[in-house]
Ligand binder design. Sequence first.
Ligand SMILES: [Zn+2]
Length: 446
Amino acid sequence: MPFTTKQELVEDQADNPPYGTNLTFEHDAYTRIHATSGTTGRRLTCLDTNESWAWFTFCWQEIYRAIGINREDRIFTAFGFGPFVGFWAGYEAAQQIGALAIPGGAQSSEQRLYWLMEARATVLLSTPTYALRLIEIARENNIDLRTSAIRNTIHAGEPGANVASIRAQIESAWSARCWDHAGMSEVGAWGYQCRDDQGLHLLESEFIAEVLSVDTGEPVGEGETGELILTNLGRLAMPALRYRTGDVVQWVSTPCTCGSPSIRFPGGILGRVDPSPRRQHLPERGRVDHPRSARGRRVSVEISKERGMWELHLDLEVAPGADSEAIRAGVAEALGNQLGMRAYHVVGLIALRNNELERAEGYFRQAIDRDPTFSEAYFNLGKIALQRDELERAVELFDKAVELAPDYKEALYRLGFTHRFLGNEAAAAAALARFEALSRQEASSR
Ligand SMILES: [Zn+2]
């Protein structure tokens, strides 16, 4: 049986719009539609019939049970009312296991936090970034999250919860156990983290897993690593057969200390076999040496990919007598801020393009945390405020962008029009006059 790849599904939907041909029923049999956020390429739409959807949420129920969440729990889903499948499945499965399902969308982060505290929610379902964002909001509002009833946090929608430092931050601030959700819109929720931290367990009653060598495509032996290939058994209306996840895992079948009988992937997802053309120009591992840098000192930069995350190692030779520890700390901080700021800004733009305002806002705020003079991030926050009809707020943000970058044409333009909507004619005229002057200058210098 041939493999299925994400690219094939995406291309099929492009060639046979809007839903492609991987559907086993007539269109009118389908009752649910979800879509991936499109962060790693084009948006992929997934359709379900009632029967297929029941299976999808059943997998989520199984995962709740496996990690010890039950009808006593109150599950707060901090996702918007959008096409992301994880919100819907997590929310409905919460209800199905008899827990209280709390819809945490369409509120400000402050409102969300107060409601979560008031409802004595025991489980937070969110992206890892948003769990971190709530930690900041709590700090700003002098709320100690350890006094909340949250004891488990489950993270879907983006990677991060499997990164030790992010997990540690979430666990200590929330005084909760942090779980990374293993699932994909096009395949389903296929696994769960071991309670004894022995890696990920496969939901073996619902999925067939193969682990194939990345080099030869042959099945690898127990204890060896390869690409995880999944076949789902219950999504009859849009099946995934021999789906190439692109995730690299190691598999073992020996009984686990947690009591789960299913096969296990120690260390979880160890990395990616990344066929995405956008990334192909980036080497998996690379090293650049500059034996003669500007000041005659040696510099070498090495990038590598560890457990799916990029790492950058920088070797610097410092002048004799220099405080190498202070230089190390300064360079690490500056680089971390610059790279982090750019990275957050880019993912923020992607989220904004997908109309995921909450997520985009979180990312732009993270970018500003790293560089408070980052005018573009303020500008984009202003655009979000406009979309929410928060005109006064939008003016503040565009103002801030213009204050930081006085020649920021786009910001001036939006500032002018937002003032005009608010009836502040004088302020509108001033901003638009400045915008026009800059435009004329630009035209004459061309
Ligand atoms: Zn286990």
